[in-house]
Design a protein around this ligand. Sequence first.
Ligand code: SF4
Length: 292
Amino acid sequence: MHFTEPVYRNPYWPTWPLIQITQSCTHNRCKFCTMYKGIPFRMQPLEVIEADAAEIAAMMPEARTIQLLSANPMAMSFENLMPRLQIIKKHLPKLEHMYTATRVSDIKSKTVEQLKALRDIGLNEISLGVESGDDWTLQRINKGYTSVDILEQCHKLEEAGIAYWVTFLNGVAGREHSRDHAINSAKIFNQLKPMLVGTGGLTLFPGTPLLEEAQRGEFTPLTEKEMLEELRLFVEHLEIDCTFVTHHTVAANLTGPGFLARKESILAALDEAIAHGDHDRLAAIRRNKRTL
Ligand code: SF4
């Protein structure tokens, strides 16, 4: 198998098989991310995908799912993406679900008809690291798209029948803009139909522009308690039924399907964590994190 380090897979998706069809990230400029710094974006050559798909088929001929790597394979044009999926499907004809992460802006270059063709070959689940629905925050962290882009591109996915995840990055707006980040993100997400809303907590990793801004006093990170309060505000304003996943931030396990039915219990658990949680322990866990 051919992988370029670092290999980041979605931990909530079946762990294996994985296949790399692009390397790195076309954007590589989000202020909180160093994941692929210094690694150029490139498409995996067709013959490499052919070899890797054959290797997977030899081990798992009955595979029904596969996770496509790396950061944003849908940055490829339809004309480059489709042949790569066709090779994979040729070797693994029983595949039912191909999953990939990608950027909101990658959807822009695809028509709904092209998205339907990608869905028909099996690419039917996508994770979008949206991070915020608040335009001030999106610009501040250099995401490279706006809230209108999120709405337009996600609605195209809905029309094409591709299921998608959206994420909220807890803490990324800093203290001064925390409230707008939480409420405006929920407002944008409420206009969508994601199968899953995921939340992660901001960790300021060495080498990120956001850490440098914090060190210069230009960005005020939230305390662990403030992170929980922001997450609570986001949850309070979120009104869509979906699976809700949260990690990195809270001690209580709030993850599971049926968000609306569980919303009050999630809020109660967050209230408990805000009032009585071991915030020092959460801060220590975050300090020891080395990657997303
Ligand atoms: S957060 Fe995602 S889109 Fe942004 S630079 Fe990192 S890998 Fe690329």
